[in-house]
Structures are given as structure tokens and as C-alpha cells.
Design a protein around this ligand. Structure first.
Ligand code: ZN
Ligand code: ZN
Length: 227
């Protein structure tokens, strides 16, 4: 919506329902309450003993993606925005979350293309949309980047990851994704709402790299805090 329209119709906060008085449907007080992911590991967006330094796990066994950015932690009240993104139609939350994450994602050099983490068609039909695709669509214009919705597909859905140990998780995800040839040579940013164990991100990254993609980075709104 244009700024002029926003002046005529001020935003209403998605969390506390007050008028925000600014062109965003989140008030400044609620924004200040959102849990930030401060000085994470640049490779996996997880906690690290040296602020902003690569964590021991990534030093030992680097993930297949070159970098992961997650500006927030998946804790209340941010969880409410993510839940909203997956229910209703998700448009309002996608707008707010994309806006809040933009500065963290826009690092040099930019990627060539955004790729949302795909859902299986069954899931997409059940929900009516893919929340990662909504986010990517909202990021595309301010980043000046195209979104590729078609090259990467999910062939199988997998069991909820947190209930599994690392080996079962990896097994369950093997061959879960397919990538066409259209992305060969590109620097790709994978867009997702929440980065949990990184196992899904790693499997997509492996699939993309095997299809000739040059580099993969992960752009997630939030990461799950350590247990
Ligand atoms: Zn509010
Ligand atoms: Zn790390």
C-alpha cells in the first residue's frame, strides 16, 4: 500500500490491536518486545560462545549452506506472529515479518534469487498457501530480487523434526526435495519462517548444490532457541 494510503488508514497492531500510527501493522511497543537473535553464529544462526563468531559445531562440521540469517528467536510474542502467518491467510503477518527482517537479510553481496522452502502439494492444498512463499513475495520487491517458486519442489512430507534424533531426521529428509536445472550457477537465498534444527535447510542446500547452484544461504525470520 502506498504511504499516502497509510496516512489515511493508520496501521492496527496485529498483536495488541492498538493503532500503530505508522505504516506497519505492528506498534513500536510490541516490536520492542520481540526476542532478537543477538550476535549469532553467521553460519548457522545459532548461539556461539564468541559473539558473532563461528560456533564450535560449524567449525567442526560446517553446514552445506554458506550462511544463515535469523533476526529473531522463536519465542513469545514472536510465536504469535508465526502462528498467524500459518493460519487465516497470513498476509498481514507476512508483511510485518518481512519488514522486520529486511535489514538483517540485506547483506552484501546480495543473492541472485529467492527460493521459498516448498511444501508438499498436499500440505499446500490443506493450508491454501505456502507461508514461506508469502514471506519471499514480501521480501522480493524491497530487495529488488526475483522469487523462483517452481524450480524446487518437495516430494515428500517428513515427520515433525524435533521428535527425532539427528540420524533419523537426516534419513527422513533424504530425497525430500527436487531441484530443476534453472538455478544452475545462481547464488540462492532460501526463505523460511522458522529455522529449527537446520536439517531441512541443509537438505535443501544439498539438493540445490547438487543441481549446480553456486551458493546457498538461509533467510529465516526466527530460529528455535536452544532447549
Ligand atoms: Zn502492539
Ligand atoms: Zn554455527
Amino acid at each position: 500500500m502506498s504511504n499516502l494510503l497509510w496516512r489515511l488508514m493508520p496501521g492496527v497492531c496485529v498483536l495488541c490491536r492498538t493503532r500503530t500510527g505508522r505504516p506497519l501493522d505492528l506498534c513500536a511497543a510490541c516490536e520492542a518486545d520481540l526476542p532478537r537473535n543477538v550476535d549469532p553464529c553467521p553460519r548457522c544462526a545459532g548461539p556461539t560462545p564468541v559473539p558473532g563468531g563461528t560456533c564450535p559445531a560449524c567449525q567442526l562440521a560446517p553446514p552445506p549452506y554458506a550462511a544463515a540469517v535469523a533476526p529473531f528467536l522463536y519465542r513469545p510474542p514472536l510465536t504469535r506472529l508465526i502462528h498467524g502467518l500459518k493460519r487465516g491467510n497470513g498476509l498481514l503477518e507476512a508483511r510485518v515479518l518481512a519488514h522486520l527482517s529486511l535489514d538483517s537479510f540485506r547483506t552484501a553481496p546480495p543473492p541472485d534469487v529467492l527460493v521459498p522452502v516448498p511444501l508438499t502439494w498436499r500440505r499446500r492444498v490443506a493450508r491454501g498457501y505456502n507461508q514461506a512463499a508469502l514471506l519471499a513475495a514480501r521480501l522480493a520487491r524491497p530487495c529488488g530480487l526475483p522469487v523462483d517458486y517452481r524450480s524446487v519442489t518437495r516430494v515428500r512430507h517428513t515427520a515433525p523434526q524435533q521428535s527425532l534424533d539427528a540420524a533419523s531426521r537426516r534419513r527422513g529428509l533424504r530425497d525430500a526435495f527436487r531441484c530443476g536445472e534453472g538455478l544452475a550457477g545462481a547464488d540462492v537465498a532460501i526463505v523460511d519462517d522458522v529455522l529449527t534444527t537446520g536439517a531441512t535447510a541443509a537438505e535443501i542446500a544439498r539438493t540445490l548444490l547438487a543441481a549446480g547452484v553456486r551458493t546457498v544461504r538461509i533467510w529465516a525470520v526466527a530460529r528455535t532457541p536452544p532447549a
